[in-house]
Write a protein that binds this ligand. Structure first.
Ligand SMILES: O=C[C@H](O)[C@H](O)[C@H](O)COP(=O)(O)O
Length: 237
């Protein structure tokens, strides 16, 4: 698989999503996290009226994207009504449910997403599931947790039917677990193919110590997929 092809797919999806959805009247815009949304920020930075709206970040990387592209930075505390938000996804099912959090940013992403009138997903062709979640993205559902609850939650997730539960590690970049922008830990819990994402999200969310899950259900307005052939596919409810 060519890296150039994937990169071009991300860029095409992001540019088209901005061009087709960004309202001239938008005053508050949510900016997601990850490698695809880089192109959203780039495109927004090319707009003539870029000083006419404020951008709400979903984490450290997102904040840097806003600054680097000459956009105005605001906060969710100042602006809790967002006109439109753009974000990436790790997997999108045919009902526009998502798995997010592969880059450890899911909590702030969900806060911005649910505060937005329109939530537009941008992704490359590898993220599109032919049916349910858990088919394309097999690393598990990312779950942000309060650090000292990880052992208990790990057991609880197995009780809920998880096949594999991993406390995400920093790898060669950090000895020990990944720490999120909110100073929490992340668990990746593999449930295989997810028949009912709303039910699974609810069950996990009820566990003591869980801050948020990477299952985004009933939030997405549209998803843009950069395809291998250079086209962009759009999925709408
Ligand atoms: O935590 C990270 C976010 O949920 C990202 O939006 C997601 O992982 C997709 O990222 P990318 O665009 O790099 O595939």
């Amino acid at each position: 698989m060519s890296t150039d092809l994937v990169e071009q797919a991300k860029k095409s999806a992001a540019y088209k999503a901005v061009d087709e959805n960004f309202p001239e009247s938008a005053k508050v815009v949510g900016i997601g996290s990850g490698s695809t949304v880089i192109y959203v920020a780039e495109r927004l930075g090319q707009l003539r009226n870029k000083s006419g709206f404020v951008c709400i970040p979903t984490g450290f990387q997102s904040k840097q994207l806003i600054i680097d592209n000459g956009l105005s930075l605001g906060s969710i505390e100042q602006y809790s009504n967002i006109d439109i938000a753009f974000d990436g996804a790790d997997e999108v099912d045919t009902d526009l449910n998502l798995i997010k959090g592969g880059g450890a940013c899911l909590f702030q992403e969900k806060l911005v997403a649910i505060a937005s009138k329109q939530f537009i997903v941008v992704a490359d062709y590898r993220k599109r599931s032919p049916s349910k979640l858990g088919i394309q993205w097999t690393k598990g559902v990312p779950i942000e947790i309060v650090p000292n609850s990880y052992a208990k939650i790990t057991n609880d997730l197995y009780d809920l039917g998880a096949k594999k539960v991993i406390l995400r590690q920093g790898g060669s970049s950090k000895a020990g677990p990944v720490v999120t922008d909110n100073n929490n830990f992340l668990i990746d819990a593999d449930f295989g193919e997810i028949a009912d994402p709303v039910k699974l999200h609810t069950q996990i969310k009820l566990l003591v110590g869980v801050v948020e899950t990477g299952l985004f259900t009933d939030i997405t307005t549209k998803a843009y997929f950069g395809e291998e052939n250079g086209q962009v596919g759009v999925l709408t409810k």
